[in-house]
Design a protein around this ligand. Structure first.
Ligand code: TXA
Ligand code: MG
Length: 318
């Protein structure tokens, strides 16, 4: 049996909520990427998420809630956490905070850490689902572990089959890269994963933010595992000329270099937000055996460009 894709209308959202309450897994859209959701208070449901993704158990999951009120029952918020939650929730920001002992969350979701990653997504379908289910929902990106995150319902269906009871389809996701993961458990905020909320925007609220150490063991944010977000074909970054048989992900505003077997434009105008929204779907489209590899033109290291370059660098690590 293949996973079922249904348009995310009110009836489908109600059905998804009932399945989640029953301990089943449901894939749903957020503004960043599609998530594979399960009841975060149910050990069996959380274990099923790890199994469906082939995800190592040491890599904790993000717990999704409608907003700050629900989040504050699960984790301890300080002034910094309130300030960024006020500024960026609902939205593409995940906060790592001390988990409340009485949270009721499955310890598996936190992979044994005494912290929890919380996010209030802005997508109306995610919001409606979270309100309807009335439970915190653990949801990693709905891809096989180590692969490219899904930005369309079909990507989920192609990669994860039977264990997913329902896939709510709301078309392509708007942001296209995963949420920013910010660790607020120490004296200085630490950026564990660049993502949909830019470092510049966070700096404006919090001041200086530390970069996560690159070779931590065990990793505090396994989205930072060196090999991650990987297509099958080798990826070559900062490309300015063609190599035989390569396809190109182009980025404007200039011309694309000639000689590539196929060219897809991340953004013709050089808009990093547009490029982020296109990144994962275009990587999937070019990941075909007829190409010797995928080359990517240079992307500026600013705004959403940071998240794009982070994912591309990890995708080149083998
Ligand atoms: O945009 C997103 O964040 C998507 C949508 C579905 O919400 N979710 C997502 O989940 O990207 P996932 O599991 O693919 O990535 C979660 C990241 C991982 O890098 C994980 O290591 C980190 O969050 N994380 C989760 N809990 C953590 C914790 N307690 N401490 C540190 N990092 C944590
Ligand atoms: Mg992921």
């Amino acid at each position: 049996m293949t996973a079922r894709i249904v348009p995310a209308d009110a009836a489908a959202i109600d059905r998804a909520a009932a399945l989640l309450r029953d301990g089943r897994l449901v894939a749903f859209p957020t503004e960043t990427v599609y998530g594979l959701g399960g009841d975060a208070t149910n050990d069996a449901a959380v274990a099923a998420i790890f199994a469906a993704k082939g995800r190592p158990r040491f890599n904790p999951l993000i717990v999704h809630v409608p907003g700050s009120a629900e989040a504050e029952t699960l984790a301890v918020f300080d002034d910094r956490a309130r300030a960024v939650a006020n500024g960026f929730w609902p939205g593409p920001l995940t906060l790592v905070l001390p988990r409340r002992p009485e949270s009721g969350l499955s310890l598996l979701a936190s992979a044994g850490l005494d912290t929890v990653a919380l996010r209030a997504p802005a997508h109306p379908v995610a919001q409606a689902l979270l309100q309807a289910v009335g439970l915190p929902i653990a949801a990693p990106s709905a891809n096989r572990s180590g692969r490219v995150s899904p930005t369309q319902a079909e990507h989920v269906a192609n990669e994860l089959g039977e264990p997913v009871s329902l896939i709510l389809d709301a078309g392509s996701t708007a942001v296209g890269v995963e949420s920013t993961v910010l660790d607020l458990t120490g004296p200085v905020p630490v950026l564990l994963r660049p993502g949909g909320v830019t470092l510049e925007a966070l700096n404006a609220v919090l001041g200086p933010i530390a970069a996560a150490a690159s070779d931590e063991a065990p990793p505090r944010s396994p989205g930072r595992l060196p090999s991650h977000y990987a297509p099958e074909r080798p990826l070559r970054l900062g490309a300015i000329e063609a190599r035989p048989g390569e396809a190109l992900l182009a980025f404007g505003p200039g011309e694309a270099p000639s000689g590539f077997a196929e060219v897809l434009w991340l953004s013709r105008s050089g808009d990093v937000a547009e490029a982020a929204a296109n990144l994962f779907a275009m990587l999937r489209r070019l990941d075909r055996p007829e190409f010797s590899g995928i080359a990517v033109m240079p992307i500026p290291e600013e705004g959403l460009g940071r998240a794009i370059n982070d994912r591309l660098r990890r995708a080149t690590a083998r």
